[in-house]
Design a protein around this ligand. Structure first.
Ligand code: SAH
Ligand code: DHB
Ligand code: MG
Length: 225
């Protein structure tokens, strides 16, 4: 058995044991309709979605910001962590993705709490800041990786002490640490990691993950005073 097959088997094992009731109908349907609409199959895995949900719950998150909605799969996991009066704003560049996501989110019963905003996140973020929203308790960054350092800067502006910033896809099969790799996405992720490591208001770490998303990982950064 290849290493990758083993990762998938263990992922399936954990999913069966730990998420016996999930992915449920709304999550399954979100993936099915995303696939039918031709969206790329790059959503977080069920176990990763549950991790995001747990992190939001540990945060006691009432306000969540997501950058990169796709079909709303991670959005639904995160949105379900919110209290009734909580709110999630998710930013998506592609109007077709946003349309699929909006339907998926409504089917999950989250349309009152979740808003998908269409546009390039670097246009939406300054507009959002102008609205002076309450600080976001959790920010999930999962869009175009080339802009990760900019998204980190905006996340810092839109959060406050104790907020958590989660950055997806920091490993990408190990490309992050390959000095020969100068892909702009990889360079963007490196710059975001450098920012986390050097910023006086951030305390961060990164975890490598294997499983349904192959070999990848998350960076986590807590906002300090
Ligand atoms: N968070 C999702 C996956 C997001 S995939 C999940 O786990 O379910 C990345 C998404 O970011 C894609 O839908 C892509 O269209 C979007 N994206 C790419 N560039 C963007 C940009 N500049 N602004 C906002 N969204 C962007
Ligand atoms: C891929 C995976 C992701 O989680 C993402 O945000 C973008 C791309 C991928 O596997 O290509
Ligand atoms: Mg991702």
């Amino acid at each position: 058995m290849s290493e990758s097959q083993l990762w998938h088997e263990v992922d399936d094992y954990f999913t069966d044991r730990l998420l016996p009731d999930a992915p449920d109908d709304a999550l399954e349907a979100a993936l099915r309709d995303s696939d039918a609409a031709g969206l790329p199959a790059i959503a977080v895995s069920p176990l990763q979605g549950k991790l995001l949900q747990l992190l939001a719950q540990v945060q006691g998150a009432r306000h969540i910001l997501e950058i990169g909605t796709l079909g709303g799969y991670s959005t639904i996991w995160l949105g379900r962590a919110l209290p009734a009066d909580g709110r999630l704003i998710s930013l998506e560049f592609n109007p077709e993705h946003a349309e699929v996501a909006t339907r998926n989110i409504a089917r999950a019963g989250l349309d009152k709490q979740v808003e998908v905003r269409v546009g390039a996140a670097l246009d939406s973020l300054p507009q959002l800041a102008d609205e002076n929203p309450p600080p976001f308790d959790l920010v999930f960054i999962d869009a175009d990786k080339v802009n990760n350092p900019h998204y980190m800067e905006w996340a810092l502006r839109l959060t406050s002490t104790g907020s958590l910033i989660v950055l997806d896809n920091v490993v990408r099969g190990g490309r992050v640490a390959d000095p020969a790799n100068t892909d702009p996405d990889v360079v963007g992720t490196r710059a975001a990691l450098d920012l986390i490591g050097s910023h006086p208001r951030l305390s961060g770490t990164a975890i490598q993950t294997v499983g349904a998303k192959e070999y990848d990982g998350f960076a986590l950064a807590r906002v300090l005073a």
